[in-house]
Design a protein. Sequence first.
Length: 407
Amino acid sequence: MVELHRPKGTRDFLPRDMERRRWLEERLRGVLGRFGFGEIATPAFEHTELFTMRSGPGIIEDMYNFKDKGGREVALRPELTAPTMRLYVEGLLGAPKPLKLYYFGNCFRYEQPQKGRYREFWQFGAEILGAKRALGEIEILALAHECLSASGLKDFVFRIGHVGVLRKLFLDNGVPPEGQTPLWPLVDKKDFEGLRAALAEMNVDAGPIIAVLGSSGGREVLDNVPGSGLEEVLDGLGRLGISDFVIEPGIARGLDYYTGMVFEVDVPGLGAEKQVCGGGSYSLSELFGAEPVTSTGFALGFDRMLVALEAQGAAFPQRKLDFYIVPMGPKEREEGLRVLAELRRAGRSADIDLADRNLSKALKYASSANASAAVIIGDEELKSGLLTVKDLATGEQRKAPLAGLLK
Ligand code: ATP
Ligand code: MG
């Protein structure tokens, strides 16, 4: 016999899991709709080059990439920003700007799996293309904030930085732009030991740099590093009633293509997988052969949000069944099917015993199916034309005509 296992790092989702996932998805879609974003979808796989263009050749190690039967190098998408920019360049260049786009899709990364880190995971993300820079940044930050609030997440830490500030910090301390690129992954992982070693090789004093990288606080943090334009963004957020963020100049996001504001959101208590959102302003369109367009966006780690919500004991709503019909014999079943069809047609959710169980077993099943009421049909109900309706929460029983259940 063959032993069947899911591939490492993948998950099956049972009805209860899917109920929670759909609930969160609907919540997030609701927010995106209220913010005036339109949904896009792109293929699950792309030419590998699309991702190496955005993220550098190092990304190969993290990807599911292969040659297809036509000899083309393709990869399952590890993220959705590059596909979104490809879609823009291929089909939306002439569309009225700003473009406000969002996506929800599975991504694939060849990583060491653990709680909150999977080989197939889902990103919910948004991008604004062609807005005036600060205005787009305010909108995207407000959107990310609202997505997290509306999901019911508590105690998330919203951290905002600026790679321009970061680059200037390195430059002022003697690291020229071409020397900076290899440092971003170290800054991103807060690997200060590794950073010290790399800076020592360049004969750069790490002290002043690390002091700023480790700092965070209110907007006074910006006083040390003027000229970022972040002040305008923070003012805009204030006017939208958002003030629960910290300024953290050390956010690097690990990639070279970020150009301005960057941000990350953590939920403390999730250990190493605490980051539930990352984003910022970037320039990619030039790389894909199009005119420059201001671009800002983020991706929420959908699975990590669920891990966090579950850890916080969030009250996920449970699907309810309005009625569970229990016929006591073959004649009663005929009537039961008629009642079932009418209830469903009237928009009520209804199910009928399919296992021909006795009353007590059928009622037990009805409770486990989360039914609000059982409709019991026996000899007496057939004669009187009145149905017995049992409230499964209180155990109370009453008689009612079918018409009374349709509303
Ligand atoms: P990490 O540092 O945790 O690997 P990342 O910087 O690689 O995250 P991004 O590329 O910015 O992550 O992706 C955006 C979000 O997607 C992350 O903040 C995280 O919540 C989620 N995410 C990233 N990789 C995974 C994964 N392997 N499994 C589940 N969620 C993930
Ligand atoms: Mg990663």
